[in-house]
Design a binder for this molecule. Structure first.
Ligand code: HEM
Length: 160
């Protein structure tokens, strides 16, 4: 594993960084750019439909990168022997952040799918409640967690 990591270190770190850029950058773009525009849509049903559709596209784009981020992280943990180094705690912290972000993403996907079902059943109040928590709380939490992970990554990359 260490020989493989030494051989392909540049591409592994590149894939790790680009995955973080897509995941965190995608959420920031949707939450602070697209979302503000969706709020201008007058029809409540059209607004909820557009938000649900945009979330679906974000989740479809982001999902593979969450796995690439984890796989490259495993290569780095093994390649740098992080668990037996002075950076073990930082490595566990990043693993914990990834796990929280991934669970949060999974719950967001389930809430979005339920909102679409409620929209199709004509339950706008239920659909609005399902989507509102994603925009007001769950996406901002994942953005903050992602930024913390990026900072820890920058610290680690300056230490190796
Ligand atoms: C799954 C657990 C994770 C582990 C074990 C991990 C480990 C690492 C390591 C060892 C580095 C330094 C690489 C180097 O430059 O030599 C790094 C860098 C980085 N990590 Fe992670 N990481 C994890 C999760 C994450 C997450 C969830 C994000 C953001 C969503 C993230 C974003 C970054 C970024 C942007 C860098 C590059 C920093 C720089 O080069 O300045 N990582 N990570």
């Amino acid at each position: 594993m260490q020989e493989f990591f030494v051989e392909y270190k540049t591409i592994i770190i590149f894939l790790h960084v680009i995955s973080a850029v897509v995941w965190v950058g995608g959420m920031i773009a949707l939450r602070f750019a697209a979302h503000a525009s969706f709020m201008e849509i007058e029809s409540p049903i059209k607004r909820l439909e557009r938000i649900a559709h945009a979330l679906k596209r974000l989740f479809c784009i982001v999902a593979p990168f969450t796995i690439i981020l984890l796989v490259t992280a495993i290569f780095m943990v093994k390649g740098y022997a992080i668990s037996s180094s002075e950076f073990a705690t930082l490595g566990y912290a990043k693993e914990g952040i990834w796990t929280l972000m991934f669970i949060n993403l999974t719950v967001m996907i389930l809430r979005r799918n339920r909102a679409v079902k409620l929209i199709n059943e004509g339950d706008m109040v239920g659909a609005k409640f399902s989507l509102e928590l994603i925009g007001k709380f769950m996406v901002p939490v994942n953005i903050v967690l992602g930024i913390i992970a990026i900072f820890l990554g920058t610290f680690l990359s300056n230490s190796f």
